[in-house]
Design a protein around this ligand. Sequence first.
Ligand code: ZN
Length: 421
Amino acid sequence: MAGERVRGGLRWTARVAAALALWAALATAAHGLEPPPRHVVQPGDTLAALAERYASTVPAIVAANRLADPDRIAVGQTLVIPPAYMPLVPIEARPGDTWETLARQHGLSADALRQLNAAAPGERLWVGQDLFVPASPEAASPALPPGPLLAIEAVPPAPRQGQTVLVRLHAREPLSLTVRWGERDVPLLPADPGPTAPADGVAAYWGLAAVPVLAPPGVQHLEVRWQSQTESGALRWPLAVADGGYPTFHIVLPPGKGDLLEPTLVRKEAEKVNAVWNGPITERAWTGRFRRPIADQFPTSAPFGQKRSYNGGPVNSFHAGQDFSAPGGTPVTAPARGTVVLAEPLIVRGNAVIVDHGLGVLTGYWHLSEIAVAVGQTVQPGDLIGLVGTTGLSTGNHLHWELRVRGVPVDPMQWLVQSFP
Ligand SMILES: [Zn+2]
């Protein structure tokens, strides 16, 4: 029943074309667009390492910089690093182009195109100016049936496994709304209708949906129910989930390994931590993008999402966080405002801290040598949480950083480049 109204008139096919055009404009109009970061190539840099560090992809960097040979980048060369969720390509402004005409051609608002290119409001385009635009128009999504709900946007529009999706709904009047994604409700907050709101949109709402790493790729549906003063309805809105491209590691445990820990204690620890991840939903405490919880110079040693199969068994687990290798004692800092909800030594996770950022978004920090915070304490971005260590089930000094949305582990690196909302 995708795109079909549950109750009320069904004479909506005539509006599909117009609504599709509106949709195309909305779908690409990411809110909170930031100009893509620029990186000056240092000795030893590789595109793969840069892609990982900035949560981009090698093809996206190659396209954005028109690189002839991805293996040959020069020290001192400045590269534009487009975020993976919005691959960009360079174009050159031609006679007659304006911010408005180019924005329309690429499904963005003029403001969003200016933001993307770090241009000041009112700044004029000149012929020959180099600009970035989204690499491809987004796949067309279905129009909504007529009714008070005018548009649904998702950023990224086609999320990968393990990504967080910002969902925004525009309505003609204030609505009572519930959105379900998979097993979970998506808590909604009122939003500014913003520059991409449809002309007759007066109310807007946003929420976060998390795509599990092991969710099958393909179309999945947001279940949307709405109620106005006079009527109610429901619809299923499709979201195409792309493969996350996470590599699978086949791990063979030597006999006896894994029996080293008392299973009852391991299970009790998991239950305790899961209860914290899935605790009551609190008010949103963060604003804007998250900060890296450890200084830039400490590289990723194991990225989020690596799938794991043990002793030839099924691929039923994956790396739920991002590991950074750093010497013992390296400061670990809060990526955003939040409240400490767990701070104690655990058997597997070692000295562990979990911070609640509100709205079901929590971050975890494992294997610390020292914990610098206490439960109930409020942390601000950059505040010390603890020091890198190798406590618990760990073979060397590193920070394991985990981010969960409503209990679902998602790629924390996305939160360093995309602002929610
Ligand atoms: Zn880890």
